[in-house]
Design a protein around this ligand. Structure first.
Ligand code: PEP
Ligand code: MG
Length: 325
């Protein structure tokens, strides 16, 4: 299947209406990095650092992590890599961490909440990233930010780390970008200052959708209720993008839907201009995007909603079929 899309690798994801969609890839292990060249991704839009923690039987050491992060940057050959800090808890349980007895782990002690409460691990990871980046750009993203205050605190820890690393004589990164994952509806309604202060936002649709619909991402029984092509969710995405655009805040979408052609075109029709997905999805998504007029897709979605359709799936499938796709 990859061969079918090989001819697209060097081509931009430019739509028939002249909009260019930036295509990045998700990664987490060194083994993923060769796909950067073969898929034609512009960079790693989401590097899931927890995978390095999940494959070990104890917390990795700072030096070990710094080496891995430096290797990731080397392998990226100057393409940008967005390092997401440790995203554990909920569905990602570290074998060497005391299991938490929580009534609802998805809404419990996870991701940035753990990082802010256990600052030692967060600091250690940020030190490893800082050292790995020495002299190169560093992009850090905090997962599961539900409110501005959490972002501020996490960013302050990063600034402290940069300071202390400089005092220790380590060469600083050439530049720093700090962003937040928007995975809870609350962050979309944060004060304006959040959008002004964050360097970028990445929408984590897998989690955002489960909280938007109150439908567990792991629960097959509510799978149909967890749908990106539901108009309510699409209008929410449209509002988030519009808010980011108003402040000039770069926004991307890095959940699994970015790699599903039908979902990806709906997201881009709502204004998303940067997608990050598994490398194998880049060809198929690009191939569809290059044949589309996004204004038409937006019109299809809005017409479906005007008729009262809650899901726009049938309309989008019909539209693509009419266009030979
Ligand atoms: C997401 O929630 O969309 C996301 C990209 O993070 P993860 O799937 O790792 O929770
Ligand atoms: Mg998530």
């Amino acid at each position: 299947a990859q061969k079918r899309y090989a001819g697209l690798v060097g081509l931009p994801a430019e739509t028939a209406c002249g909009k260019t969609i930036a295509m990045h890839m998700n990664a987490g292990l060194m083994a993923d990095l060769p796909s950067l060249a073969t898929s034609g991704a512009e960079g790693v839009g989401l590097f899931r650092t927890e995978l390095q923690f999940l494959i070990r039987n104890k917390v990795p050491r700072r030096g070990e992590l710094a080496t891995i992060y430096a290797q990731v940057m080397d392998a990226a050959r100057g393409k940008p890599v967005v390092f997401r800090t440790l995203d554990i808890g909920s569905d990602k349980v570290l074998p060497y961490m005391k299991p938490q007895d929580e009534p609802n782990p998805a809404m419990g002690w996870r991701a940035i909440r753990v990082g802010l409460d256990k600052r030692g691990v967060m600091r250690m990871q940020l030190q490893a990233l800082t050292r790995a980046a020495a002299g190169r750009p560093l992009t850090v993203m905090f997962p599961f930010v539900a409110q501005f205050e959490e972002f501020r605190q996490a960013r302050a820890i990063l600034m402290e780390v940069l300071d202390s690393e400089a005092k220790l004589g380590h060469a600083p990164p050439a530049s720093i970008k700090v962003g937040a994952m928007l995975e809870t509806p609350s962050l979309a309604f944060a004060p304006d200052r959040f959008f002004e202060e964050t360097d970028f936002i990445s929408i984590g649709g897998n989690d955002l959708k489960q909280f938007f619909f109150a439908a567990d991402r792991e629960n097959e029984r509510v799978r149909k209720r967890y749908d990106t092509l539901n108009y309510s969710f699409l209008s929410f995405i449209r509002q988030i993008v519009a808010r980011c655009d108003r402040f000039g805040t770069p926004v991307s979408f890095c959940g699994e839907d970015a790699g599903r052609p039908l979902e990806a075109i709906a997201l881009t029709a709502m204004g998303v201009r940067t997608l990050s997905m598994r490398p194998a999805s880049i060809g198929p998504v690009k191939s569809v995007l290059r044949r589309l007029d996004l204004n038409e897709v937006t019109a299809v979605i809005d017409e479906a909603a005007a008729r009262g359709a809650q899901s726009v799936r049938a309309d989008l499938i019909a539209y693509l079929a009419n266009h030979g796709m």
